[in-house]
Design a protein around this ligand. Structure first.
Ligand SMILES: Nc1nc2c(ncn2[C@@H]2O[C@H](COP(=O)(O)OP(=O)(O)O)[C@@H](O)[C@H]2O)c(=O)[nH]1
Ligand SMILES: [Mg+2]
Length: 442
């Protein structure tokens, strides 16, 4: 018994000494061979390697979801290729998005992925961890979290001028522009780092980058770096856009189950729509899903009516409310549907206006309870809108909206016929740009 106790104490001391070492700053500049050696001794101790990322601040929720897929496929391939390390993708918390309307900003910061997505489903595709988990694991009790290397990706302006695009991965001097969001004091950089003041780095590199995400491989340097971050990750392109692998990653992005349940209740209560009647049942586990095209959908037409910045920025394709109403009426009459579900970021008066043009139809939108607002906020409410749209018998979206694209993908997964999915509102009857059809691959 005493022996055990002594052994226990010895092990405890050993663990403390080791984690103490991990706190020590490890200089990672390539030229310092001595330090690199120190790093490799430390880093070899644990095989865990963390990839973190962030996206250009003005980008919205739905493009960010697309950027996740680029990383997920990259990581999946990396893990297949490189078994030596345990690669983990750290999920960047959501916050301060331009479109999120609720005024209290603190209210919409530091939102973890589990608010919106089912983490277990994501983990069935690649190893992901939430930021708070990473902070716990990585800091070994210290308050400050120092990332080993931060790469800020930049477009190569020259390529955009000449139109000659080729793969590029070139470390360049950081301009003031590229560092605009970073603060530095005595070679230690802080902010933005998702709003965490205790995350820092000593090592920022600006990278002129052109190519797909897998080309970032050369920057990982796992012998030197245990944690690396790519900022402006939207600059790296998809490795396999639209492939089977792309769709696997996409299918792993199941929403938080409570969001599905809220949508399910709404469909049942207001839209007379259930999975049994509509042939839209799905296996609880996305890896068990199979290819099918026999989903029927609930007896309603759904529309994603994108307004706000699109009215100004995309005048060429956004119809007036009156014109949108006329397009919707024609379609509902053709399909024999009398119920319209509207997902929109528009103002209440725009919704009222739409309704006023469609008096003979039931026109609905999802109105969140205080509970839903407080718990899931703008991001969750948008997802509920997306889910309801994805179970309709027929969907009409907005041209070139990533919010619409995510609904179309969901409908492809549920198993609708493409002609019920890949439709968008036109500017007018005569002027109609069309979105592409990115059909699912199994
Ligand atoms: N609830 C809700 N929010 C929407 C709707 N359309 C747009 N939004 C909000 O506006 C944002 C639009 O930005 P983004 O996700 O980048 O999509 P995109 O700009 O349409 O490509 C969404 O993330 C939502 O916060 C909608 O139909 N319903
Ligand atoms: Mg956007």
């Amino acid at each position: 018994m005493l022996m055990f106790k002594v052994l226990h104490i010895i092990i405890l001391i050993f663990v403390c000494v080791i984690s103490g070492n991990e706190l020590e700053f490890c200089e990672v500049f390539d030229e310092y061979a001595e330090n690199s050696k120190k790093c490799s001794i430390r880093n070899n101790f644990t095989q865990k390697r963390y990839i973190l990322y962030d996206v250009n601040p003005p980008e919205g929720f739905n493009l960010r979801r697309d950027v996740y897929i680029r990383l997920a496929v990259f990581l999946k391939r990396l893990i297949e290729k490189d078994e030596k390390y345990q690669w983990q993708l750290v999920l960047p918390p959501w916050g301060n998005l331009y479109h999120w309307q609720y005024p209290n900003t603190e209210f919409q910061e530091y939102l973890f992925w589990e608010n919106f997505f089912d983490i277990t489903s994501l983990q069935q595709y690649i190893p992901v961890i939430e930021m708070y988990k990473f902070m716990e694991e990585y800091s070994s009790g210290s308050k400050e979290i120092q990332l080993d290397c931060v790469y800020i990706l930049q477009n190569d302006d020259e390529m955009f001028k000449t139109g000659k695009f080729e793969d590029k991965n070139e470390v360049t001097n950081c301009t003031r522009d590229s560092l605009q969001y970073y603060k530095s004091k005595r070679h230690i950089y802080t902010s933005p780092f998702w709003g965490y003041h205790n995350i820092t780095t000593r090592n920022i590199k600006c990278l002129k980058f052109h190519g797909t995400a897998s080309n970032l491989y050369q920057n990982l340097k796992p012998i030197q770096y245990r944690s690396i971050m790519f900022d402006h990750m939207e600059i790296a392109l998809h490795d396999e856009y639209g492939s089977k692998e792309y769709w696997k990653a996409r299918r792993s992005m199941r929403y938080n189950s409570e969001l599905y349940n809220i949508a399910k209740n709404y469909r049942k209560t207001f839209l007379n729509s259930t999975d049994e009647n509509d042939n839209t049942d799905r296996p609880a586990d996305w890896t068990k899903e199979k290819s099918r095209r026999n989903a029927r959908g609930g007896p309603y037409l759904s529309v994603h009516l994108r307004r706000r910045d699109f009215i100004i920025g995309r005048k060429e394709s956004i119809p007036t409310i009156k014109n949108a109403a006329s397009q919707l009426r024609q379609k509902m009459d053709k399909l024999g549907l009398t119920v319209l579900f509207v997902a929109t970021d528009g103002e209440q008066h725009e919704f009222e206006e739409l309704k006023s043009y469609l008096p003979q139809y039931k026109v609905l939108k999802f109105v969140p309870s205080d509970y839903v607002i407080n718990k899931f906020k703008d991001g969750g409410i948008a997802i509920i809108d997306q889910i309801i749209c994805s179970y309709a018998r027929y969907f009409i979206g907005t041209y070139e909206s990533t919010f619409t694209y995510r609904i179309q993908e969901e409908r492809e997964i549920v198993g609708f016929l493409p002609e019920t999915t890949f439709n968008n509102l036109c500017k007018t009857d005569k002027k109609c740009p069309r979105n592409g059809q990115w059909q699912i691959v199994w």
